[in-house]
Write a protein that binds this ligand. Sequence first.
Ligand SMILES: [Cu+2]
Length: 124
Amino acid sequence: MRLGRTLGVTIIALGILTACGGSGGNGTDSPGDGHTVHVQAFDKQDYNADGFAADAGEITFEFSQVGVQEHTLTIEGMEDEMRLVVKNGLTDSGRLTLEPGRYILYCDIAGHRASGMEARLTVN
Ligand SMILES: [Cu+2]
């Protein structure tokens, strides 16, 4: 009986981890300085955080890569306005003027978004 209960708690804990993105970042949000959003891309097909925040207005995106795989950074619905590309440890940057709201950052290379290259961007 006691064993069964411990097992149940473990399964619930695993469920919570999975719900939080499992493969997603370090599980924390990156607050940045309000005007610049620093995003790192890893070869395990993940960004350095599950969520980023910035102040409304002109925002600079600094995108860097840790590894060798090619990765991109774009915003859902604004793909034509900004698409940053990195590979072989290089960096790329871009600027967008954003209204307050919630946005989704992702990598548009086939399969990467599903693997975890997706993060929230909250503009305040
Ligand atoms: Cu990618």
